[in-house]
Design a protein around this ligand. Structure first.
Ligand code: 26W
Length: 782
C-alpha cells in the first residue's frame, strides 16, 4: 500500500466531510475504512494468490472474536500516527471512532484465540486463512439492571461493515433434507504487521435462493411470500451464547454443517483451479478444527470427494485423515459435543451414512490392532444413540492438541486417554498465545513507547522475546518509576472510562485487581466474591488492619440460561452495594462489575490492571489467554496452578506472582473425601461469608437463587457433589495470598519490580510462537 497516495486521498475525503459539516463518528469511520480498503486491495489480491499457489492451512472455527478493527488495522498498516494527525488537521478526533462496533462473533477464549492466530499468521507471512460464519447478531450486549444481567441483540453491522467484501461469485449451495440455502462469503482482510501480507477471514452468510415469492405476494399472502427468506437467514442469524455447555439444537447443527460445507466446497474449487488434480488436495491443504464445532467437516469432505470428484470411500477417507487436525479447548465433560443420531439422520441423511461407515472403519481397525473391548467402547464414534464428535475428530485427524502443557497432559491421561494409548504419535501440545500487536502495542501505546525507547527499536512488536532484554532495568529506580507512572496513566484513563460508561467513580490510587472472563462456576468468580466478603468482615471486626485501598473489578457475561452464573453476577453487585454504603469500608474497598465486557473493554482493563485474577479450580481451565494479556501489561498473577498459569510462573518466577490453592495432584487425593459441610462447620470465617447467601444480608429479588448457590456448595445437586469446584477448600489460602499481595503492594519499588519482570518474561505467550509451532509441526506450511 502506498502511504502517500492513501494519505492524500484520506485528507481530501476528510476535507470534503468537514465542508459538509459531517460529525457522525460512524460516517468518519466508514470513510476512513473505505479509503484504507481501497488502498490495500492490490496487496490483498496478491496475498490471496500467493496463499492459493502453495500449501496452505485453513482455520475452521464457529467463532472469531475480532473486536474492533479500525485501530488495529491502522497500527498494522503503519499509518496510525499519520491518520491521527490528518484527523486532527481536519478538525476531527480519531478517538471518536471508538463509537465503532466490536465484531463480537465469538463467546470468549476460543473465539479470541482464533482471531489472535490469524493476526500472527499474517504477520509471520504464513498462508493461513480463516473460515467461519457471518452472524447477523454477535454475542449479546449485556446490561446490568438492578444488579441482574439482561441481554440485548448485538446488531453489529447496523452502521455498515466497511471491512468486509462480499463475493457473490463464490456463493455455494447448501443442502439439508428439509431446506436448500445459499452460502455467500464475505472476506475480511487480516493485515500482517508492516503490511507485507494480508490473510483472509472468509465468513459465510446464509441467504435464500429467491428472496421473495411474487406469486404468493400477488395472492396477498404477504408473510408466506417472505417465508423462505426468513428461514434461510435464520441459519446465520445469531451466535449461540453458550460457552462451555452444548446445546443439542437442530439450528446449531445446521450452522455447523452450513459453514463447513461451504468452506470445503470453496477449498476444493480453488484447489482444482490452481492445481488441477483433486488427488493432490492433501498436499496443498491442511485444516485445523477449532474444537469439535466444525467436525462435521470430516464426513462432509468424504461426501464431496466421493460424490463429486469420483474418489472411492477409502481414498476419500485416507485423504481426510491427512487433511484434518483437531484442537481440544476444554475438558469440561458437558462441553464435549454429542449429537443425537436421529437428528443427523433426519437433517443430513447422507452425512449420517458416512459417519456410520467411519464408525465401521474404526471398529475394524481396532479389532485388527487387538484393542481391548472396554477401550473400543470408550472410543466409539456412534454409541448410546449419539454421535461423539471428539471421538470422530481424534480418529480422523493427523494431529490432536491441547492448549497448555497441563491441559495436554490431562487429555492424554484422562479425557482422550484410550486414544493416546492407540495413537501416541498424534498428540502434541500447543500452549496458547496472544498477539502483542493488539494486546500491548495498541492497547498500551504509552508502555509500548517506553519499551521501544529502551530497546532502541520496535523489533519486539514481531518478536516478543526481545522484552527479556529489559530484565536488567528491574532494579533501576528511574525506569521502574516511569513504568509505574504509565500504569497510573492507564488507571486514570480506565477510571474516566468507567465513570462515563457506568457512572461509577473509582480511585486510581487504589490497587486495580481485575477478574475478566466469561462467568462460569469453574472460573470461580464466586470465590473472589467470598474473599472480598472475608476482607470486609475482617475490617469490620478489626482483625484486618492497614489494608491498602483496593478496587476489585469484574467483567463477565453469563450464558443467558445459566442460572447460577447469573446469580453470581447479582451476588457480586449486592456486595458492591453493601460496601458502598459502609463508610467504614468504602474508603478501602470498592467493587465494580462493569457492563458489557467485550474485546474493546478488555483493551482498557488489561492495560490498567495490577493484579490479574486467575483462580480456576486446578485442572479445569484448559489454558486461559487473558492471563497472558494481563501479564504482558505488567499485572502480577494471583492464581492457581492451572492452565497456562503454570507456564506463566515458570517464565516470570513464583516469587513475582501470588500462587495459592490445591494443585491437580492434591485435588485427586482431596476430592473423594472432601466434605464442604464439615469445613464450614469447623471454620468460622468460611461460615460467616457463605451464610450471607441465606441470612438476609443480600437480596436476590426473591428468586431463591442465592439459596440455590448455597445448597450447591453444601449439599450438591442431582448432577454434582457439594462444592465440586472446591471454593471453600481454597478460600483460606486464597485470602492469605490476596493479603500478602496487598501488603507487598505498599512497597512501590518492590512491587513495581515484580510487575516489570512479568512484562519482561511474557515472550513465550506471543501467538507468534504458537503459530510458528503449528506451522512447523502440524501444518507443515512455510
Ligand atoms: C458447544 C458449546 C461450547 C462452546 C464453546 C463448548 C465449548 C466451548 C469452548 C471450547 C469454550 C472455550 O472457549 N474454551 C477456552 O478456550 C481457550 C482457548 O484455547 C482457553 O484458553 C480456555 O481455557 C478455554 O476455556
Amino acid at each position: 500500500m502506498n502511504k502517500q497516495t492513501f494519505l492524500a486521498e484520506l485528507k481530501s475525503n476528510l476535507e470534503e466531510l468537514r465542508k459538509e459539516g459531517v460529525t457522525s463518528p460512524h460516517v468518519l469511520h466508514n470513510v476512513l475504512s473505505e479509503t484504507a480498503m481501497k488502498n490495500l486491495s492490490g496487496l490483498w489480491k496478491d496475498s490471496k494468490k500467493a496463499h492459493l499457489g502453495k500449501r496452505r492451512a485453513c482455520y475452521f472455527s464457529m467463532e472469531f472474536l475480532i473486536g474492533r478493527s479500525i485501530f488495529n488495522n491502522l497500527l498494522c498498516l503503519g499509518i496510525y500516527s499519520d491518520v491521527e494527525k490528518a484527523f486532527a488537521e481536519a478538525g476531527f478526533s480519531l478517538n471518536d471512532l471508538e463509537a465503532a462496533e466490536d465484531a463480537a462473533l465469538g463467546n470468549g477464549g476460543l473465539g479470541r484465540l482464533a482471531a489472535c492466530f490469524l493476526d500472527s499468521a499474517a504477520t509471520l507471512n504464513l498462508p493461513l486463512d480463516g473460515y467461519g460464519i457471518r452472524y447477523k447478531y454477535g454475542l449479546f450486549k449485556q446490561k446490568i439492571e438492578n444488579g441482574f444481567q439482561t441481554e440485548e441483540a448485538d446488531n453489529w453491522t447496523k452502521y455498515g461493515d466497511a471491512w468486509s467484501v462480499r463475493h457473490d461469485e463464490d456463493a455455494v449451495e447448501i443442502n439439508y433434507s428439509d431446506q436448500k440455502v445459499l452460502a455467500v462469503p464475505y472476506d475480511i482482510p487480516i493485515i500482517g504487521y508492516g503490511a507485507k501480507n494480508i490473510g483472509t477471514l472468509r465468513l459465510w452468510q446464509s441467504e435464500a435462493f429467491e428472496d421473495f415469492d411474487f406469486k404468493l405476494f400477488n395472492d396477498q399472502k404477504y408473510l408466506e411470500a417472505s417465508r423462505e427468506k426468513v428461514l434461510a437467514e435464520d441459519i446465520s442469524r445469531v451466535l449461540y451464547p453458550n460457552d462451555d455447555t452444548r446445546e443439542g439444537k437442530k439450528l446449531r447443527l445446521k450452522q455447523q454443517y452450513f459453514f463447513c460445507s461451504a468452506s470445503l466446497n470453496d477449498i476444493i474449487k480453488k484447489h482444482k483451479k490452481n492445481h488441477g488434480d483433486i488427488k493432490t488436495l492433501a498436499d496443498f491443504v491442511t485444516i485445523q478444527l477449532n474444537d469439535t464445532h466444525p467436525v462435521i467437516s470430516i464426513p462432509e469432505i468424504i461426501r464431496l470427494l466421493t460424490q463429486n470428484e469420483g474418489l472411492t470411500f477409502d481414498e476419500a477417507f485416507a485423504m481426510a485423515k491427512k487433511i484434518f487436525n483437531y484442537t481440544n479447548h476444554t475438558i469440561m465433560p458437558e462441553a464435549l459435543e454429542k449429537w443425537d443420531e436421529s437428528l443427523i439422520k433426519e437433517l443430513l441423511p447422507e452425512i449420517y451414512d458416512i459417519i456410520f461407515m467411519i464408525n465401521e472403519e474404526y471398529l475394524a481397525e481396532m479389532y485388527r490392532k487387538d484393542i481391548k473391548k472396554e477401550s473400543i467402547e470408550v472410543m466409539k464414534i456412534i454409541k448410546g444413540g449419539q454421535v461423539h464428535m471428539a471421538n470422530m475428530a481424534t480418529y480422523c485427524s493427523s494431529y490432536v492438541n491441547g492448549v497448555a502443557q497441563i491441559h495436554t497432559e490431562i487429555l492424554k491421561a484422562n479425557t482422550l486417554h484410550d486414544w493416546y494409548t492407540v495413537y501416541p504419535e498424534r498428540f502434541q501440545n500447543k500452549t496458547n498465545g496472544i498477539t502483542q500487536r493488539r494486546w500491548l502495542a495498541l492497547c498500551n501505546r504509552e508502555l509500548s513507547a517506553l519499551i521501544t525507547e529502551l530497546l532502541g527499536n520496535e523489533d519486539w512488536v514481531t518478536n516478543l522475546d526481545e522484552l527479556k532484554k529489559l530484565t536488567g532495568y528491574a532494579d533501576n529506580a528511574d525506569i521502574i518509576n516511569r513504568f509505574l507512572a504509565i500504569k497510573k496513566t492507564k488507571k486514570e484513563q480506565l477510571a474516566k472510562f468507567i465513570l462515563d460508561r457506568e457512572g461509577i467513580k473509582i480511585d486510581p490510587d487504589s490497587i486495580f485487581d481485575i477478574q475478566i472472563k466469561r462467568l462460569h462456576e469453574y472460573k470461580r468468580q464466586l470465590l473472589n466474591a467470598f474473599s472480598i466478603l472475608w476482607l470486609y468482615f475482617g475490617i469490620k471486626d478489626g482483625s484486618i488492619k492497614d489494608l491498602a485501598p483496593v478496587t476489585f473489578i469484574f467483567g463477565a457475561k453469563s450464558a443467558p440460561g445459566y442460572r447460577r452464573a447469573k446469580a453470581i453476577i447479582k451476588f457480586i453487585n449486592e456486595i458492591a452495594a453493601m460496601i458502598e454504603k459502609d463508610d467504614e469500608v468504602n474508603k478501602i474497598i470498592k467493587v465494580v462489575f462493569v457492563s458489557n465486557y467485550n474485546v474493546s473493554y478488555a483493551e482498557k482493563l488489561i492495560a490498567a490492571a495490577e493484579v490479574s485474577e486467575q483462580i480456576s479450580t486446578a485442572g479445569t481451565e484448559a489454558s486461559g489467554t487473558g492471563n497472558m494479556k494481563l501479564m504482558a501489561n505488567g499485572a502480577v498473577t494471583l492464581g492457581t496452578l492451572d492452565g497456562a498459569n503454570i507456564e506463566i510462573v515458570e517464565e516470570a518466577g513464583k516469587e513475582n506472582n501470588y500462587i495459592f490453592g490445591a494443585t491437580v495432584k492434591e485435588l485427586e487425593k482431596i476430592m473423594p473425601e472432601y466434605c464442604s459441610r464439615k469445613l464450614a462447620a469447623d471454620n468460622e470465617k468460611i461460615r460467616r461469608v457463605i451464610e450471607t447467601l441465606v441470612d438476609g444480608t443480600f437480596d436476590d429479588g426473591g428468586s431463591g437463587d442465592f439459596r440455590e448457590l448455597y445448597t450447591s456448595l453444601l449439599d450438591g445437586a442431582s448432577w454434582h457433589e457439594p462444592d465440586n469446584y472446591y471454593l471453600l477448600g481454597d478460600l483460606e489460602s486464597y485470602v492469605e495470598a490476596k493479603l500478602k499481595c496487598n501488603s507487598d503492594y505498599k512497597d512501590k519499588a518492590a512491587f513495581g519490580r515484580k510487575m516489570w519482570l512479568n512484562m519482561c518474561n511474557c515472550g513465550k505467550f506471543s501467538s507468534d510462537r504458537t503459530i510458528a509451532d503449528y506451522a512447523e509441526n502440524i501444518w507443515k506450511i512455510k
